[in-house]
Ligand binder design. Structure first.
Ligand SMILES: NC(=O)c1ccc[n+]([C@@H]2O[C@H](COP(=O)([O-])OP(=O)(O)OC[C@H]3O[C@@H](n4cnc5c(N)ncnc54)[C@H](O)[C@@H]3O)[C@@H](O)[C@H]2O)c1
Length: 434
């Protein structure tokens, strides 16, 4: 556990009701004397209702969780503000009110399947992930350029980039065209998404870069890999359950390892999409939080967009499934049709890491074991809440597949009802059987 109480700061955590935002807020508040303000519009609670994404353990309202934090830890340095990031004046108002030294932005639509559900869901993803982000950058530029802005990015930006190496920051590249060599100087590696969510994250990454240089802001993008785990030290004990973070285990909002551990907990076959050769960066929730404590105390240079890759290991989906088999040799692994158009990870990508994240990497095997065991204990504790029908994938990437389904559902106007039925696990057939 990292602690750092050398200097008292005010830190705004945007997305403070979310999986990462709440965990960061709780850790920062408990481990430092900083004043931590969680900011959120609670929209995720509505999106979860829309797709029937039940939580493993229902979470209370932010103010109730904060009161529980005060009761358990006897500290008064955690608070909540309900703010819609799409309202620029409200964003500016909360920044003026608290005058933070650091703003961490984890307030986004974080799901690839959600972004692929319909044109409306793509639009929601782009507006939240880009316009909300721009409102924060504009506010910082207008109010106080000394604020350090730490933005959650994603390692998935490089998902479809056919490379064997992902460097940190800008590099010089050489390429050949019609037999001649050409150079691209001082540029980021090309990023390539396979869904609209990751495409929105590529755009907001480039916006970070633009605003840092345009206005001389202090910006760090954390290219965050897939997070697993439910708890950190502050909320691991059963009697601290009132401090739990949101834990999604459904096919729309959950991350892969969290979903697999829930399947393991109820003895359900582990469902791997495709052949499972696709690779993902992985990091535990505890390591993520520890690393963010370092990021928040880092001196970010004005105008120099700092990029950090936050990950400890890279595994294929099948390797993750095999970790479940190691825990329970009786568990079956099912390879199901992959609804996503994703590459199979033919190259062994190496990812350059910053010295700020080297420490947890050195202990990655030991940490993985410990974190998996904590996660399994947590999921088993609440396994009676698991609804297996929401774990299977229901959102197709292919438009043709969607249209076929719509045809089956007779018309596009009934497709939404049809899709909603699929998402909630209640398959509504609008085609009368003749
Ligand atoms: N969880 C992961 O494994 C993972 C991996 C890589 C990157 N990330 C990134 O981390 C960030 C947080 O992810 P998470 O898993 O904690 O998601 P989450 O959905 O649990 O939390 C996001 C929070 O942001 C809030 N929010 C969304 N739009 C908002 C708006 N317009 N105004 C105010 N609040 C708003 C939501 O209500 C929610 O509480 C995202 O940017 C995501 O892309 C997450």
């Amino acid at each position: 556990m990292i602690t750092n109480d050398s200097k008292q700061d005010t830190i705004l955590i945007l997305g403070g009701d979310g999986y990462l935002g709440w965990s960061l807020g709780l850790a920062f508040a408990h481990r430092t004397d900083d004043n931590i303000v969680l900011v959120d519009n609670l929209i995720k609670r509505k999106w979860e209702k829309e797709v029937d994404a039940k939580l493993l353990l229902p979470i209370k309202k932010p103010k109730t969780r904060i009161a529980e934090y005060k009761r358990i830890y006897g500290k008064d340095n955690l608070s909540f503000e309900k703010v819609e990031l799409l309202e620029q004046e409200d964003v500016a108002k909360v920044i003026r009110k608290y005058r933070p030294t650091v703003i961490i932005n984890a307030a986004q639509q974080p799901s690839a399947p959600f972004s692929m559900m319909s044109p409306k869901h793509t639009a929601i993803t782009f507006s939240n992930n880009i316009l909300g982000h721009l409102n924060v950058l504009w506010s910082i530029a207008q109010i106080d350029k000394s604020i350090s802005y730490i933005k959650l990015g994603t390692a998935g930006c490089y998902m479809d980039t056919d490379t064997d190496f992902v460097p940190l920051g800008k590099k010089n590249f050489t390429f050949t065209h019609q037999g001649k060599q050409h150079n691209i100087l001082n540029s980021f590696i090309p990023m390539q998404a396979t869904d609209f969510y990751h495409q929105s994250k590529i755009s907001d990454f480039l916006i970070d870069d633009l605003c840092a240089s345009l206005w001389g802001l202090k910006v760090m993008t954390v290219q965050q890999s897939t997070v697993f785990g439910a708890t950190i030290e502050e909320n691991q004990a059963p009697e601290h359950a009132g401090l739990s973070a949101r834990f999604n285990y459904d096919a729309v909002f959950s991350t892969v390892l969290n979903r697999f551990v829930c399947q393991l907990a109820i003895g359900h076959p582990i469902t791997v999409y495709g052949d499972g050769k696709q690779k993902t960066g992985l990091i535990s929730l505890s390591d993520t939080v520890d690393n963010f404590m370092r990021f928040a105390k880092t001196d970010i240079k004005p105008g120099k967009h700092m990029v950090v890759h936050n990950y400890t290991m890279r595994l294929s989906i099948d390797e993750i499934a095999q970790k479940m088999v190691e825990i329970d040799p009786k568990i079956k692994v099912d390879y199901i049709r992959n609804p996503r158009n994703e590459g199979s990870g033919k190259l062994q990508k190496k990812v350059q890491v910053h010295k700020l994240v080297k420490e947890p990497m050195a202990k990655k095997d030991e940490n993985l074991k410990k974190e998996l065991s904590n996660l399994l204990t947590f999921t088993k504790r609440y396994k009676d809440n698991i609804d297996p029908s929401i774990i299977m994938p229901k959102v197709e990437w292919s438009v043709e597949q969607k249209l076929n389904e719509a045809k089956e559902a007779q018309s596009l106007s009934t497709y939404r009802t049809y899709l909603k039925g699929k998402l909630t696990g209640r398959l509504i057939s609008t085609t009368p059987k003749s």
